[in-house]
Design a protein around this ligand. Structure first.
Ligand code: ZN
Length: 331
């Protein structure tokens, strides 16, 4: 089968865990054609968007490739890492990004989220146009045409529901596995100097440098109190906290972010807040959804309270069993 296939339909409805593990084993093995890092970065992009799929388990390419382009910008420009298994050559995505960098004279120090919004959109569109042709058909072929439907014309992907459930249940280990294989590839085809702390670079390649833009949105609807302990906090001491830890979701969605005092934010760290806060954040999100301009946001459009409850449940299933509560709650 050609990896340049432009439309693909799922050839199976139900997949067992064993079959899906088999597909991942194949993708990560030397049997699969991995001349570039495309497949690893597509899997990372799907994992990062797991809670951005709609109820029919569909996602548009603009959302998916926003992650894909961001990850590549940070790997190629910020970390200077080659993405193809040949020295002296460059993967298509590298050529696109290096051309943009040179056109606007952007320094290597700038991570993707520091670029202007217009420039981000320009990069996402360029990367999407070029990479969808090679990327979408490749994983589809590697997994015996079972894990998703894709249509490069409509620019839409639809996940197999058993595959989606698998990804929810094994999200954490799939993240580790993908990062590990991506780092292994990069180590082989890069100069020694660039591969220092490689796994750490790969693990953090999706992380935003600042949550300021979310603070701006949240603070307009914020009562001046810490979401967890209720303490009145001054703006300069307010932190934006991922309710479900970032290390699990690997994404920033408004419905998963709250304003917390620094004591709560620092002591909560990578832990899951106790269940009473789950009910509270669901109420908070209902309030956000009643504001017309917030309802229009991409992340809020796909939000449902069930999604957040699922995320809470699956983060526990994935090993986030250390439950946190604030020291003292002020009512
Ligand atoms: Zn607090």
């Amino acid at each position: 089968m050609s990896h340049k296939l432009q439309v693909g339909e799922m050839k199976a409805k139900y997949l067992t865990d064993k079959e899906i593990w088999g597909h991942f084993n194949y993708i990560f093995s030397s049997k699969s054609k991995n001349s570039t890092t495309y497949k690893f970065v597509l899997i990372k992009s799907i994992l990062e968007n797991l809670y951005n799929f709609n109820e029919k388990l569909e996602i548009n390419y603009s959302t998916l490739f926003a992650s894909f382009a961001k990850i590549y910008w940070n790997l190629v420009i910020h970390h200077n890492l080659n993405q193809i298994n040949m020295t002296g050559k460059k993967a298509e995505v590298q050529k696109i990004l290096l051309a943009v960098q040179s056109k606007y004279q952007i320094p290597n120090t700038l991570v993707f989220d520091k670029l202007s919004e217009e420039l981000q959109v320009e990069i996402i569109n360029k990367v999407k146009r070029k990479c969808k042709v090679n990327v979408m058909g490749a994983i589809y072929g590697d997994t015996a045409c079972t894990i998703y439907d894709f249509d490069n014309q409509k620019e839409q992907l639809k996940l197999n529901s058993t595959f989606f459930s698998f990804m929810q249940r094994f999200q954490r280990v799939l993240n580790y596995l993908t990062n590990y294989h991506l780092a292994l590839f990069l180590e082989k085809f890069n100069e020694k100097g660039d591969t220092t702390n490689l796994l750490l670079k790969v693990e953090n390649v999706s992380r935003r440098s600042s949550l300021d833009q979310f603070y701006q949105v949240l603070s307009s609807y914020y009562n001046g109190k810490c979401f967890y302990c209720g303490k009145v906090i001054r703006k300069q001491h307010a932190h934006v906290d991922h309710f479900i830890p970032w290390s699990f979701v690997q994404a920033d969605q408004l419905w998963n972010l709250v304003i917390a005092c620094s004591a709560c934010n620092l002591s909560k760290n990578d832990k899951l807040a106790s269940k009473i806060f789950l009910e509270e954040i669901i109420d908070r999100n209902d309030k956000l959804l009643s504001i017309p301009e917030l309802r229009k946001r991409g992340d809020m459009q796909v939000y449902t309270s069930k999604k957040l409850k699922d995320l809470y449940y699956y983060s526990r299933e994935n090993g986030f069993t250390d439950i946190w509560t604030p020291k003292k709650i002020i009512i």
